[in-house]
Ligand binder design. Structure first.
Ligand code: M6R
Length: 571
């Protein structure tokens, strides 16, 4: 959460150029935004507005905020400045000991102008540089600060940016006459394919010609320049009104690309992962949100072919996981930066478990923490709602299960997906008929239970309608009391599942408006597959389209729903 950018160049660039970079990170948080270039300071609530000015500069820091401490106000927007305005900072993360620090700085006469934890950083450096160099102050900062941070600091009389990192992501995109610092590679993937990633408790001094990295003791360290590949054209919205629908429509292509890569460039890693599953005694998936629903499907598919596995929610991992060196932890993540997962993986490492990740963003923290990692090859996903990334996560899990005997023909998956996309007008009509409801339920059993949870999550997140994804069998143990005349109930029935059909009839008898999604009986939407594995993916795509059209009907901000951000990089 929060996107940060720092640019330092030998040549002039416009403020607009800088804002365009920030705009690429807006999906990380969009409560407010800000800019500083030693002369001009901008702090504003709302979505990023690119200023009209043609003003030029050679150095700037920018921020797009997802609020943690302090409400969404202009004052709480970053950058924050010291009392003397000599130090200006942007921060992503949480300073856990900010209250103590603020207290002691206030006693020394510092005046604060925001309610944020981050402002303390500017005053901290102001105080330190009274007696020390910025480099020494960075060493002290890493020693004395508790919490997580990717921080960029500008000091008015220096021609460089100081960058510090612990747990929150930070990377440099180097090029001949400039260096860009950013929360992730999207910000500069149009300029360079080179990246230098920060590791924890490192800092760097970055000017237009060079960057020097230091460890927590202030000793210079060598870093490797990584080359990355990124499908740039996919971050352009092209002919679609929203990224969400564009990303859904890309699903057949990204599935094809993934399946091809598993037989070519990712073949070795795929085989290593299969060997690890065979060798380790305990398989534990860990994920959050949509990625957790994908991992529940993974558990289902593996169980069907006799491999025991479990799936845990990342934020509760330590409370429910029992791990040792014979365990294999499989984190699933689109961003590869979800803080709860990173914490879970630290715990897994402490317990000597092996880590085999499934992620979308190359070189993300989770990928770099793994013994082996598979890329889901979905390309950049900008809409906050995970759509094509979920489809490719599940496709990888099906490919894995297939190695253990799960019967599925994945070659036909792209055309089966096209057949759901081809029913979009029918789905639009269903969406219209329920778009004014306040509550809805999605029911599933077995493989369609994780799908029910995923469809409900999409409906809540993008359509702002309360929705519950439930096991069909659990309904009569309480929730059925909420079913009234006209309550929409989406029922996901794969392969003549008679128990699921009975659960559907039970709510229909109590007045529910049933929307039946099946592959084997008459229903509102018929999915073209007899395979349980593919049913999971196709039924989810139905839910993605339904959500999109409900939100469209309700005129909601589809790509950037309120209170959310794409990467959840705080605990
Ligand atoms: O990047 P990750 O897959 O680790 O993110 C996990 C969740 O935050 C994410 O799946 C979230 O639930 C989706 N935005 C929902 O559409």
């Amino acid at each position: 959460m929060c996107g940060i950018i720092g640019m330092v160049s030998k040549d002039d660039f416009t403020i607009q150029d800088a804002f365009k970079k920030l705009k690429k990170l807006e999906y990380r948080g969009y409560d407010s935004f800000g800019y500083f270039d030693k002369e001009l300071l901008i702090k504003k609530t709302g979505h990023i507005l690119i200023p009209k000015t043609k003003k030029l500069t050679r150095m700037a820091i920018l921020h797009s905020r997802w609020a943690t401490h302090g409400g969404v106000t202009d004052k709480n927007a970053h950058p924050h400045q010291s009392c003397d305005r000599n130090i200006t900072i942007v921060h992503n993360g949480i300073i856990e000991n900010y209250a103590e620090l603020k207290n002691s700085l206030q006693k020394k006469g510092h005046r604060f102008s925001s309610e944020t934890d981050s402002e303390v950083v500017a005053h901290y450096f102001e105080e330190k540089v009274k007696k020390k160099t910025m480099k020494q102050a960075c060493v002290d900062f890493i020693k004395e600060i508790k919490g997580t941070f990717a921080i960029l600091v500008m000091k008015n009389d220096d021609d460089c940016i100081y960058a510090l990192k612990r747990d929150s992501p930070l990377v440099i995109g180097p090029s001949k006459r400039s260096n860009i610092l950013a929360s992730d590679i999207y910000a500069f993937s149009d300029l360079t394919d080179k990246a230098v990633f920060f590791d924890n408790d490192e800092f760097a001094v970055v000017d237009s010609e060079k960057y020097t990295f230091y460890n927590e003791l202030g000793k210079p360290i060598k870093k490797t320049v990584q080359r990355f590949r990124w499908e740039q054209e996919e971050s352009l919205k092209k002919k679609f009104k929203h990224y969400m629908i564009k990303e859904i429509m890309e699903e057949p292509i990204v599935v094809k690309r993934l399946l091809f890569s598993l037989k070519t460039e990712q073949k070795d890693n795929f085989e290593r992962l299969i060997r690890l599953i065979k060798k380790q005694e305990k398989i534990v998936f860990v994920a959050a949100g949509t990625s957790y629903h994908a991992s529940l499907l993974g558990v289902y598919y593996l169980h069907k072919c006799g491999v025991e596995a479990q799936a845990l929610i990342a934020s509760e991992f330590e409370n429910f996981a029992f791990l040792d060196e014979k365990s294999l932890v499989i984190p699933i993540s689109q961003s590869g930066e979800t803080m709860d997962l990173i914490e879970a993986l630290k715990y897994a490492k402490e317990h000597k478990a092996k880590i085999a990740s499934v992620v979308n963003v190359p070189y993300s923290t989770i990928q770099r923490m793994s013994d082996v990692s598979l890329n889901i090859m979905a390309g950049q996903e900008i809409c906050v709602a995970a759509t094509k990334s979920f489809v490719n996560q599940v496709t990888i899990l099906l490919s894995i299960a297939k190695e253990f005997g799960f019967k599925v023909n994945l070659d036909t998956l792209p055309t089966r997906i096209e057949s759901v996309l081809g029913q979009k007008n029918k789905i639009k009509k269903i969406a219209k008929s329920i778009s004014k409801k306040n509550d809805m339920y999605v029911l599933g059993r077995g493989l369609s239970y994780p799908v029910a949870r995923e469809v409900a999550l999409k409906i809540k997140e993008i359509s702002y309608i309360h929705a519950e994804g439930m096991m069909g069998g659990e309904l009569k143990h309480g929730t059925i009391a909420l079913i009234e005349k006209g309550t929409p109930v989406i029922s996901l029935i794969s392969n003549k599942d008679h128990d699921m059909l009975s659960n559907t009839k039970e709510v229909e008898a109590r007045g529910a408006k049933i929307i039946m999604i099946t592959n084997s009986m008459p229903g509102d939407i018929r999915l073209q597959t007899s395979n349980d594995g593919k049913f999971g993916i196709l039924a989810t795509i139905f839910g993605q389209l339904l959500t999109y059209y409900i939100a469209l009907e309700r005129k909601l901000p589809i790509d950037k729903p309120r209170n959310l951000a794409k990467s959840v990089t705080v605990k």
